[in-house]
Design a protein around this ligand. Structure first.
Ligand code: ATP
Length: 876
């Protein structure tokens, strides 16, 4: 049997590196290549489509190997990361030419899907978040998000539902979890797929997390961030910072703050609503989202902010109107609008550029870009400062073009600087005298060599004499064989070719040393000066980050104006009323996708807690019921992000929650359309109603039998009507039987989306009109859809017969009449009763500060409450 040979020293080094990050794919630099071995090579060759070979590693067996040229890293690395791989990059830490033994190597970066600093992996319009989720002992969850490419660090804590919603909105590329909570995470977020990475449990402890955060931010406590009393959030945030250490990301000065998501400031949109209203992503592959219609931003920061704004509409009337005022200003001042547009096109992604400064990854070319961006801010600042619009004036005041930095970059860096410092020609002339002198030597070398060539040719009488350079023995003189006899004796022969010989001379060697020495020194000086400049820019990180946020804001608001002009939107009135009044409203997305020549039919609508609280909207299939429901929510939502709306006019009394529930079979493709899920979600809506909720029910109850469906729909609408919140509700349904409700419930009104029947054919008028509708026209739609005529005919006959027998429609309607008059009324909650004892109990409970209650105090309180109910005092 062959004796196993020991691994080569290089393989030993490789294995040691691999051991440091066993779960990462290791790219191991060998010469001009990045190589992968063993299982890594198999995976890499599959993902990258590169050839899998084998090499002997010094042992008896050979190992799989796959590699690619080092300069192709930017092409291949994103593919690996996008495939969900964590990639450790092992580089040569010394010049292989100078290494005496094995080249020193080390892991210089661990790139994981959630921790990407720059390059082509990042989508310019999207954040790339890393998240951490912590489960505390009860059912409170802490969550933190970090985008290392922008420095944004956000945290919150709350119920599993709330954290689920945040995860859906922030769409992290990687989620850190505690090892012991793997199953809990999987169970809690079973609806979404996340790439998770498990960390040891001790990392998820408050003490470790707090220490880490305090050390990073160099503060004494976390009060300034508003998270001091949010242990779960603190723990998740600490875990995120821990992971940066683990992945060798230690230069993170651009993470300057930790912000708490103030959930109470934003409209609550459950994740079904976000998906159903297609706010940021369409449901169908070829669809369009609201975001894609209104995102006319010009800068990547603006695009990322717009994404956030759409998912987090505001609830504060003043804040909304401040945004609307700026949009209005840009509307009335085309010059200001044009100036912002022109300058923003020059700004680029300063947010990510400045992050690259912090992590030490900025290239000379990017530094020039940063300078251009800062210079582009100057005219924007002037325009804003000169405006009489308060928000703009304040933006103008805060914008800081950091002139010191831009002037220094302008002075020191070549405007055509290359992408890498090592390429040279980065630092301008006049910055460093020694550098200038060395460059003179280096630049004049060509002239010098030409002169030397001519001089030696004349001296020796060899006309074809040539001076050239190669890597083996540097500069040499080449003489063709015909003139060999004229070569002076002091020349030293170095190489014999077929037709010529090559020589070196003393003078040439001395000169060579000077030039090569100069080039090395030039490289060193350039690198040093560049490094010093980058270090100086580091001091301006917070200022540039503020600029970036302000520019993003301007970009979004200016984009709103352009969208409003292009799409004929109008300014909504947003106030504290409880009404929604929309005149000639349209669906912002559908209207953009209609075939040419077809106009969207606008509709008006009034909803109010006092009179028209619930609208039952009937109408045939395809009439436009869903479109109407959605456009109402979208108009309210657009108004609350500060955008003009697709309506002639709109008055929106602030909405604080938008709920959407679409009938089971409407989202069957999502694989979760069981009737059970529909009911669970409907229940969650009903349990969370508020006075300012806007509820959309689209064909609720259709996943079950007609009687069941109608009964459930009826009961739900009745509940919403009777609930003291009087939540505004649009209820689209095919059950025209529900029209009976309007007779007995004051705030329920019937509407239908009109169709006309001309010559036995349905014509969609798409107008919302008062009153219920008697037919479903389902059979007509089947006909339009191309159903064989015989089936359509037969269906018509069956329907007639059923109606004649009073089986579906009429009896049910008559029965429902009885239901309506026999309504028992809901016992909504015992707190609504006028019983003084219960009121006292309620007051006792409401007065409790649960956060500051010890278990013992809680027990005593419970005893007190019991005493109130039983009328006995303690100890009786
Ligand atoms: N106001 C309108 N103007 C022009 N086209 C419209 C309008 N409303 C709806 N449409 C078009 O009609 C199609 C059907 O509308 P929608 O899905 O709202 O109908 P529906 O009544 O909810 O139908 P179903 O009951 O089958 O779900 C939409 O995709 C849209 O293209």
């Amino acid at each position: 049997m062959a004796k196993e040979a020991a691994p080569t020293p290089m393989m030993k080094q490789y294995l040691a590196m691999k051991q440091k990050h066993p779960d990462a794919l290791l790219l191991y630099r060998v010469g001009d290549f990045y190589e992968t071995y063993g299982q890594d090579a198999i995976v890499a060759s599959e993902i990258l489509g590169i050839t899998l070979t084998r090499r002997s590693n010094g042992a008896a067996k050979s190992v799989e190997m796959a590699g690619f040229p080092h300069h192709a890293l930017d092409t291949y690395l994103p593919k690996l990361v996008r495939a969900g791989k964590r990639v450790a990059i092992c580089d040569q830490l010394e010049d292989p030419k100078l290494a005496k033994k094995l080249v020193k190597r080390g892991i210089t970066e661990l790139v994981t899907p959630g921790v990407v600093v720059g390059g082509t992996i990042l989508d310019r319009k999207e954040n790339n978040f890393l998240a951490a989720v912590h489960f505390d002992k009860k059912s409170l969850l802490g969550v933190a998000f970090l985008d290392i490419s922008t420095g944004e660090f956000i945290t919150s804590q709350g119920t599993p539902d709330y954290v689920d919603k945040l995860l859906v909105n922030f769409a992290p590329k990687e989620v850190l979890i505690e090892r012991s909570n793997r199953q809990r995470f999987a169970d809690t977020f079973s609806n979404s797929k996340y790439l998770t990475f498990e960390l040891d449990d001790w990392i998820f402890t408050e003490e470790a997390a707090r220490d880490r955060l305090l050390k990073h931010f160099e503060t004494r406590n976390l009060k300034g961030f508003g998270v001091d009393d949010m242990p779960a959030a603190v723990i998740a945030s600490g875990a995120v910072l821990h992971y940066l250490d683990l992945t060798q990301h230690t230069h993170i000065k651009h993470i300057t703050t930790l912000s708490r998501i103030e959930a109470e400031r934003y409209v609550r949109l459950d994740k079904f609503t976000v998906r159903n209203l297609e706010l940021v992503a369409p449901m169908a592959e070829d669809g369009m989202s609201l975001l894609s219609v209104i995102d006319k931003t010009l800068s990547p920061m603006g695009a990322r902010m717009m994404h956030r704004w759409v998912l987090f509409p505001l609830k504060d009337v003043k804040a909304i109107n401040r945004r609307l005022d700026v949009v209005d200003y840009f509307f009335k001042h085309p010059d200001a609008r044009d100036l912002v547009k022109e300058q923003l096109e020059l700004v680029g992604d300063i947010e990510r550029l400045v992050s690259k400064v912090a992590v030490g990854r900025i290239t000379p070319r990017e530094l020039v870009q940063l300078k251009c961006a800062l210079q582009a801010i100057e005219p924007v600042k002037r325009m804003c400062s000169a405006s009489d619009e308060p928000v703009l004036a304040s933006i103008g005041e805060q914008l800081n073009p950091c002139r010191g930095v831009s002037e220094r970059i302008e002075k020191e860096i070549n405007p055509d600087a290359p992408a890498q410092v090592s390429r040279g020609n980065v630092i301008n002339r006049g910055v460093d005298p020694q550098l200038d002198e060395l460059r003179d030597i280096s630049y004049s070398s060509k002239d010098y060599l030409m002169r030397l060539q001519q001089q030696e040719s004349e001296r020796t009488g060899i006309p074809s004499l040539k001076i050239a350079y190669n890597n083996v023995f540097g500069y040499y003189i080449e003489v063709r064989n015909t003139h060999r006899d004229k070569v002076p004796p002091e020349w030293v022969r170095k190489q014999t070719l077929v037709n010529a010989e090559r020589y070196i001379t003393q003078e040439l060697k001395e000169y060579e040393e000077k030039i090569l020495g100069a080039e090395e020194k030039i490289a060193l000086i350039e690198a040093r000066l560049f490094g010093e400049l980058v270090a100086a820019v580091t001091d301006y990180i917070p200022a540039i980050q503020t600029d970036s946020a302000l520019i993003a804001q301007l970009d979004c608001l200016c984009a709103f104006t352009r969208v409003a002009i292009d799409n004929k939107y109008n300014r909504p009135v947003v106030d504290d009323s409880l009404d929604i009044d929309i005149t000639a409203g349209r669906h912002p997305v559908i209207e953009r996708r209609l075939p040419p020549g077809e106009a969207y039919v606008p509709n008006s609508l009034h909803l109010s807690n006092d009179d028209q609280q619930v609208m039952i909207i009937t109408g045939p299939n395809m009439a436009g019921k869903s479109a109407l429901l959605r456009q109402t929510a979208l108009i309210a939502l657009m108004a609350q992000i500060g955008c003009y709306v697709p309506a002639e006019s709109a008055r929106i009394g602030i909405v604080d929650k938008i709920f959407t529930r679409v009938g089971a079979s409407d989202n069957i493709s999502l694989g979760e359309s069981t009737f059970m899920v529909e009911m669970t979600e409907a229940a969650s809506i009903l349990n969370n109603l508020s006075q300012r909720s806007l509820v959309l029910f689209d064909e609720l109850g259709r996943g079950t039998s007609t009687y069941d469906g109608i009964s459930i729909a009826w009961a739900i609408v009745e509940y919403i009507h009777e609930n003291p919140c009087h939540a505004k509700t649009l209820f689209a349904t095919h059950y025209h039987e529900l029209n009976e409700m309007a007779k007995s419930f004051r705030r329920i009104k019937n509407y239908n989306v009109a169709v006309k029947e001309i010559d036995g054919k349905v014509v969609f008028v798409r107008k919302l009109v008062k009153g219920g509708s008697a037919h479903s026209f389902g059979i007509h739609v089947a006909k339009i859809a191309g159903m064989p005529p015989s089936i359509v005919k037969r269906a018509g006959e069956v329907l007639k017969q059923l109606e004649a027998n009073n089986q579906v429609g009429k009896t049910l309607t008559r029965d429902l009449d009885d239901v309506a008059t026999s309504r028992s009324g809901y016992q909504l909650s015992f707190f609504q009763l006028d019983d003084p004892v219960l009121s006292q109990v309620r007051d006792e409970i409401l007065g409790l500060d649960i956060n500051n209650l010890t278990p013992m105090e809680a027990l005593n309180k419970l005893n007190d409450i019991k005493a109130i109910i039983t009328g006995k005092s303690q100890g009786d």
